[in-house]
Design a protein around this ligand. Structure first.
Ligand SMILES: [Zn+2]
Length: 178
């Protein structure tokens, strides 16, 4: 789910019922509010901020963009996990909940991640625009120009390193199902 709020705009009250992961795509300030409660304190958000929320029953809230810039977030609800038993983390875990692990690769121009192997299905998401080069263990590579919020679902075992071929810092987030 990709949510865009103009400055001053609010979502309606809505309910989350599953473990979820939020990936911020914008520099913005929001507040959150539960029904029959006052609005919470302003929360600054930066592109690439990730949050893994474990559900403990339905959670109802609304989100209000209180800053001067457009707020954009990807909200991924994790409805189902693979039936096979899970694997260990394949890289440094940035955040996790009972359904998924999140890896974040913050890449300076020319920098590359370590080579790692995904044993589980995963979503790869660019949190910023990026010229992304993916290299496999045999040295074969593909380069894609990606935009903030681009998402790709991969349901196969993949070994790769991720590199930034562009001129600005970029961030890639991977949400791997447990
Ligand atoms: Zn990866």
């Amino acid at each position: 789910m990709r949510v865009t709020l103009q400055p001053g705009e609010s979502t309606l009250f809505h309910t989350h019922s599953h473990d979820r992961v939020a990936i911020e795509l914008s520099d913005a300030t929001i507040t959150q509010q539960r029904p029959n409660e006052t609005e919470g304190a302003p929360e600054p958000k930066k592109p690439g901020d990730v949050m893994a929320v474990a559900t403990s029953g339905p959670y109802t809230h609304r989100v209000h963009n209180v800053g001067p810039s457009v707020f954009e977030v990807l909200d991924v609800e994790l409805l189902q996990r693979p039936k096979q038993p899970g694997s260990k983390a394949v890289a440094t875990v940035e955040a996790e909940n009972p359904s998924a692990r999140i890896y974040k690769w913050k890449l300076a121009p020319g920098a590359a991640s370590a080579m790692h192997t995904h044993e589980r299905p995963y979503l790869i998401i660019s949190a910023t625009p990026l010229v992304l080069k993916m290299t496999d263990p045999e040295g074969k590579s593909f380069t894609h120009e990606v935009k903030a919020g681009d998402i790709h679902w991969v349901d196969a075992k993949v070994a790769h390193a991720l590199a930034n071929e562009g001129t600005a810092e970029g961030q890639i987030v991977e949400i791997e199902l447990k």
